[in-house]
Each structure stands twice: as structure tokens, then as C-alpha cells.
Design a protein around this ligand. Structure first.
Ligand code: B4P
Length: 191
């Protein structure tokens, strides 16, 4: 399966990725995790990304695309789960071109529907270095401008499915699995 998780910061993409990967063994590709790993390693890219992330801004499309492209080109047959990518129209269009070239069409884009008040509460409770109130507001603003238009983009392609992202984590996972069952390859079901 080839899946994208789309949603505001703190809407639960990372949280639900764990459940999806456990059930379907798809390859998890989180640009947020990749960037945090670079920051932790203190690499030149990480030093550049740290300030941007802590300001609630998006890292440049070129950097993120480079990280993703490298991994998708080397992808195996398990399929993939893109978590937090694409986040801009430029990223979405570049992904389309890449997947066309690799002959790996997307199956579904899951949009996590969570209101901003709930998101603020969740992220303030988490305490990550980019989770203070000012940064969260900035991230939500950037999300609204840059990422929210991707809902329409994928809806126009007939790929968008909306998941209510509020409530107990396992109930949200169950809602997601109900949608994903439609896309499990027949060979995997038989096995
Ligand atoms: P990400 O790592 O993608 O993080 P996120 O959007 O903040 O979180 P996510 O939606 O995964 O929420 P989570 O499950 O953790 O991005 C971080 C930064 O990296 C970005 O701001 C940007 O600077 C940069 N970046 C990443 N990708 C980029 C790209 N493509 N282009 C440019 N820049 C990029 O959940 C959040 C909290 O809620 C957790 O504490 C969790 O326990 C809790 N939670 C989850 N589900 C819940 C539920 N149902 N009920 C209650 N709490 C819940």
C-alpha cells in the first residue's frame, strides 16, 4: 500500500503511523523524524533545520524532497506510509512526478480532522522543543497557508479520505484500518 497521512501539526500522524506500520508492515517515512535525527546528530543539515523547526516554519522544499526522493528510489515492495510529507504544493507536485517515474501510484491520502483547540492542548502537554504556545500558533498558521490546500489537491484526484482524529487513540486506529482494508493487495489478503 502507498499511503499519505495529511493533517495539522499534532493531529496524530506520528501516533497513528505506529499502529498502521504494526498492522500492515508498510515502510514508515516521516520527514519530521528524519529532520529530528539530523538535529540530534548535529549534522550541517540538522543545524540548519533546528532553528527553522523551533520557529515553527517549514524546512525548505529542496531539503525535504532530497531526503524523501533518496528513500523512495530505494524503496522495496512493502509500500510506504508518508507521514508529514508532502506539506506544500511544490512538495506534492514533485512527489507526483517522482511516483509517476517510479510507477508507484498512491492508493490513498488520509486527512486527520482535529480542531485547533484540541491540537494546542495536545502539543502543550507534549513539551517538545518546538511545542511552546507561540511556535504552535506559527505552525498552525503555516499549516493553514501551505498544507491545508493539499486537501483539495488530493480530493480532486479522488484520493482523499477524512478520518475524525479526536477520541481514544485505538478507536481512531480502528477507523483508519476500516478505510485501509479497501487497499490491501489481494495477494496479501490471501496470504
Ligand atoms: P512533524 O514531526 O511532522 O510533527 P507534527 O506535525 O508536530 O506532529 P504529528 O501530527 O505527527 O502529531 P503526533 O502524532 O506526534 O513536524 C515537525 C516539524 O518538522 C515541522 O513543524 C517542520 O518544521 C518540519 N517538517 C517536517 N516535515 C516537513 C516537510 N515535509 N516540509 C517542511 N518541513 C517539515 O501527536 C501529537 C501529540 O498528540 C502527541 O503528544 C500524542 O501523544 C498526542 N495525541 C495523538 N493522538 C491523540 C489522541 N487521539 N488524543 C489525545 N492525544 C493524542
Amino acid at each position: 500500500m502507498r499511503i499519505i497521512l495529511l493533517g495539522a501539526p499534532g493531529s496524530g500522524k506520528g501516533t497513528q503511523s505506529e499502529a498502521i506500520v504494526k498492522k500492515y508492515q508498510v515502510r514508515h517515512l516521516s520527514t519530521g523524524d528524519m529532520l529530528r535525527a539530523e538535529v540530534a546528530a548535529g549534522s550541517p543539515l540538522g543545524r540548519q533545520a533546528k532553528e527553522i523547526m523551533e520557529a515553527g516554519q517549514l524546512v525548505s522544499d529542496a531539503i525535504v524532497l532530497g531526503m524523501i526522493e533518496q528513500r523512495l528510489v530505494n524503496n522495496d515492495t512493502r509500500g510506504f506510509l508518508l507521514d508529514g510529507f508532502p506539506r506544500t504544493l511544490v512538495q506534492a507536485e514533485a512527489l507526483d512526478a517522482l511516483l509517476t517515474r517510479l510507477e508507484q501510484p498512491l492508493d490513498v491520502v488520509l486527512f486527520f480532522d482535529v480542531d485547533y483547540e484540541e491540537i494546542m492542548q495536545r502539543l502543550l502537554a507534549r513539551n517538545r522543543s518546538d511545542d511552546n504556545e507561540e511556535t504552535i500558533r506559527k505552525r498552525l498558521q503555516v499549516y493553514e497557508q501551505e498544507t491545508a490546500p493539499l486537501r483539495q489537491y488530493y480530493d480532486n484526484k479522488g484520493l482523499l479520505r477524512t478520518v475524525k482524529g479526536v477520541g481514544p487513540i485505538d478507536e481512531i486506529s480502528t477507523r483508519i484500518f476500516q478505510i485501509l482494508e479497501e487497499f490491501v493487495p489481494q495477494t496479501a489478503k490471501a496470504g
